[in-house]
Design a protein around this ligand. Structure first.
Ligand code: TXA
Ligand code: MG
Length: 337
């Protein structure tokens, strides 16, 4: 199969609609990462997504809809969710609701809930308006690989396996949407992202952050897997371990390898002599650059050495979560670096 990368035109949208109606999978730009979409009502089409990605069947998908879609046809909407939708949608917030069971049971992996997202990307909106149905879409990467933030990244993982990528250029958000469980009295964050706990609490009074207990099956199964992982060797150091990180770099170089740092800008200004992928200064810059740098790192580095950025809280929570999981860690513990 030839994979076409097309920008949004009346022709490419008509082609995308034709493919979706035929049960095919179409990749599309969103403001967070590219998605791999199929008709959420079609069992076979949804299963095709799982097969293409190599995704475990117990990891549910998000259904994407356009801004004018009547979501009450799909889910129950608790009262406090009205305010959250008004404030944050369209945008990088996925809300998990009690499902009315109107989409394929494979979308939610058998859970009684359905997660819905209304992306703000004009490409995603045009695509979703054109098809006017819920589109199940995970990030358009092979399972456990780094999420794609350009059409080329999607092609790197799926060239020849999907017919169409709707190109919208680089994703400006850069990390996946915040996933917010809205099935209880107080909303609870299952995956941190650009819409933060502080922003949600400011609207509805309170917001929890879900942490699974030891041994418990997590509410958001995706968070149980190693993820976002570049294919090269990696090492990770906390913000206070710069000296160790540099020793690690020099050892790799001494062995004839090509180490790269992945670090915030301030580290580079202090150490301009080393090869590095610069995450920038603000949390938003870091989010926008992280996945592209991880993909560059796996192409160019024999060892990618992550250094934890110094800031905490807000958007940094989402970035640190991705960074740690890319480096195969569940938390930052200095003693086991
Ligand atoms: O920004 C995004 O959210 C991107 C773009 C394409 O929209 N999509 C994305 O999808 O990141 P995916 O499949 O890579 O991640 C979805 C996450 C997983 O951690 C999954 O377990 C969780 O959302 N999830 C989906 N439906 C859920 C549900 N009903 N209950 C709990 N967690 C759910
Ligand atoms: Mg993903």
């Amino acid at each position: 199969m030839k994979t076409q990368i097309l920008s949004v035109t009346p022709q490419s949208l008509a082609y995308a609609k034709e493919l979706i109606e035929a049960g095919e999978v179409v990749a599309f730009h969103t403001e967070t990462v590219y998605g791999l979409g199929a008709d959420a009502r079609n069992d076979a089409a949804v299963q095709k997504i799982f097969a293409l990605k190599g995704r475990p069947a117990d990891n549910p998908l998000i259904a994407h809809v356009h801004a004018g879609f009547d979501i009450t046809a799909l889910v129950e909407t608790p009262a406090y969710t009205v305010r959250l939708r008004e404030k944050f949608l369209p945008g990088p917030l996925t809300m998990v609701y009690p499902s009315k069971g109107r989409v394929s049971r494979f979308v939610s992996s058998g859970l009684p809930t359905l997660s819905l997202r209304v992306p703000s990307s004009p490409v995603a909106q045009a695509f979703l308006r054109t098809v006017d149905i819920p589109i199940a879409a995970p990030s358009a990467n092979r399972s456990k690989h780094v999420s794609p933030v350009t059409a080329q990244h999607v092609a790197d993982d799926f060239d020849g396996d999907i017919p169409l990528i709707l190109d919208g250029g680089p994703c400006t958000g850069g990390i996946e949407s915040t996933v917010l469980d809205c099935t209880g009295d107080v909303p609870s964050i299952l995956r941190a992202g650009l819409v933060t706990r502080e922003m949600i609490a400011a609207e509805v009074g309170a917001c929890e952050v879900y942490v699974p207990h030891e041994g418990e099956k997590p509410k958001s199964p995706g968070m149980a897997y190693k993820h976002y992982a570049p294919s090269c060797r990696t090492a990770f150091f906390t913000a206070r371990e710069a000296e160790q990180a540099i020793r690690c770099y020099l050892t790799e170089q001494g062995r004839g390898g090509t180490p790269y740092f992945l670090c915030e800008h301030s580290f580079l200004t202090e150490h301009p002599e080393y090869r590095a992928l610069d995450l920038g200064e603000t949390p938003w810059e870091m989010a926008a650059r992280l996945y592209a740098h991880l993909r560059t790192g796996e192409r160019c580095a024999t060892l990618l050495i992550g250094i934890e950025p110094k800031q905490d809280g807000g958007v940094m929570d989402g970035i640190k979560n991705r960074l740690l999981r890319a480096f195969g860690r569940s938390e930052i513990r200095e003693k086991d670096v």
